[in-house]
Design a protein around this ligand. Structure first.
Ligand SMILES: Nc1ncnc2c1ncn2[C@@H]1O[C@H](COP(=O)(O)OP(=O)(O)OP(=O)(O)O)[C@@H](O)[C@H]1O
Ligand SMILES: [Mg+2]
Length: 413
């Protein structure tokens, strides 16, 4: 098994580093290893403590290499974080060939033109994702190569993040000895695992409720139409419970997982929680309804923020394939039911749409969805949904800013 065929996906989340290694094997994609370790080096999805993050990445890397049975040198790294933004951009060029036939180079050039939009000095572009092309007067073209025209335009999404967020993530990964092949906006990778082509065609929102953030990506007619990272996650529910009950974060977290529900109306006013089942020294018996009220308040706020994002693109309550949930926070009891009521959309938990071979026992664990998505992203080379997707891959950055790895190094002091 050649080492170069194995793709390592590294999801640097607010509470954990998850890693997944996979490769193409006979009969499909084989998962060789999936593992995670807690990480305290992040705040709201961004690396703030490089040293802490390095030691967590080293720990998962060691475990992945052990189970995969060989050393790994490169990784596809997911980038989340509350300050990742997607904005619309447009590129326009004159078609280069005298006979007007559009080449792949023209497509690259027009995407570069969309990339060259004004970006504040302290932000870096992670992706330029074309929505569609226009050749002269004909618009909504998916792949213009081979068509004839004078003027080529592209409508694109430019995904960017603050420079320190990118630098710290790169620095942490590099310090473990791994080379970063690509940085991918995490929700896009997660969508690779969980969303079918049909869902993307009819209109769907993927909601990844992590610890410190909630990633929201919307697809319609097969394309990404909106992306946002909200600065609220399941950790905020834990914090609210800790404040409400005046307990430690650890106890609040255990209460949330064991007794938490998003369905306040299902809880009787007389029900109490026996905390000695979690910690024998905790003799208080808080009301279950009080916990449910705390959870409901925070989730209502979160769903309101999701609705605000959908409203920005005129899609609140109108996506036929509804909402698909993932991330550790989506496991809260009653969350999907509450989402249906609050978002006025069909809702369900995301399940991998691809059959995998190998170590698949953790595939249903939503905290691994992003790391598996990163492996898929790497194995596909580029997403089939965005035929000319630009990311920091070795191939498509070449000639623009040099090799991706050199580009990453030049970002670091
Ligand atoms: N059974 C459960 N019920 C409710 N919440 C849960 C459950 N299991 C895990 N969680 C919550 O999920 C969160 C962790 O999810 P996840 O691993 O997806 O986050 P992350 O990737 O570290 O964070 P982020 O994506 O925000 O950077 C924690 O806040 C945890 O409390
Ligand atoms: Mg996450």
């Amino acid at each position: 098994m050649a080492q170069s065929n194995i793709v390592l996906g590294l999801d640097i989340g607010t509470t954990k580093i998850a890693a997944c290694a996979g490769h193409y094997a006979e009969g499909g994609i084989e998962i060789l290893s999936m593992t995670k370790t807690p990480n305290a080096g992040l705040r709201r999805g961004q690396v703030v403590d490089v040293e802490e993050t390095v030691s967590s990445i080293s720990a998962v890397l060691e475990e992945v290499e052990r189970t995969a049975g060989q050393p790994l040198k490169n990784a596809i790294v997911g980038l989340g974080g509350a300050q990742v933004e997607s904005i619309a951009s447009k590129g326009v060029i004159a078609v280069s060939r005298p006979d007007g036939e559009i080449t792949a180079q023209d497509v690259d050039r027009v995407i570069e033109a969309a990339r060259a939009i004004a970006m504040p000095a302290n932000r870096e572009i992670v992706h330029v994702l074309p929505k569609w092309f226009t050749v002269d007067a004909e618009d909504r073209i998916v792949d213009p190569v081979g068509m004839t025209g004078i003027r080529l335009e592209v409508e694109a999404h430019v995904v960017s993040c603050p420079s320190p967020a990118m630098k710290n993530a790169l620095r942490a990964v590099n310090q473990t000895g791994l080379e970063v092949d690509q940085l991918v906006f995490s929700p896009l990778a997660t969508a690779e695992v969980l969303l079918t082509k049909r869902q993307r065609e009819s209109g769907v929102v993927l909601i990844d409720i992590g610890a410190g953030t909630t990633g929201v990506v919307v697809y319609e007619e097969g394309d990404l139409v909106h992306a946002a990272v909200l600065p609220v996650g399941s950790m905020h529910i834990t914090n609210d419970i800790a404040i409400g009950l005046k307990t430690s974060i650890d106890l609040a977290e255990a209460i949330k997982i064991k007794y938490g529900t998003a369905l306040k109306e299902d809880v009787r006013d007389i029900d109490t929680i026996d905390l000695t089942t979690i910690d024998p020294s905790e003799l208080e018996r808080p009301k279950l309804r009080y916990i449910a009220e705390i959870i409901e308040a925070r989730l209502s706020e979160l769903f309101m923020m999701v609705n605000d994002e959908l409203r920005k693109i005129g899609k609140d309550g109108t996506l036929p394939a509804g909402a698909v949930f993932t991330g550790g926070g989506s496991q809260l009891h009653g969350l999907v039911e509450m989402a249906k009521q609050n978002l006025h959309l069909p809702a369900k938990l995301g399940r991998p749409i691809t059959e995998f071979a190998g170590s698949v026992d953790k595939l249903d664990d939503p905290t691994y969805a992003t790391s598996v998505g990163l492996v898929l992203w790497g194995l596909q080379g580029k997403t089939p949904h965005e035929p000319h997707a630009k990311s920091f891959s070795l191939d498509n950055v070449e000639g623009v800013v040099g090799k991706a790895r050199d580009f990453f190094k030049q970002l670091l002091p």
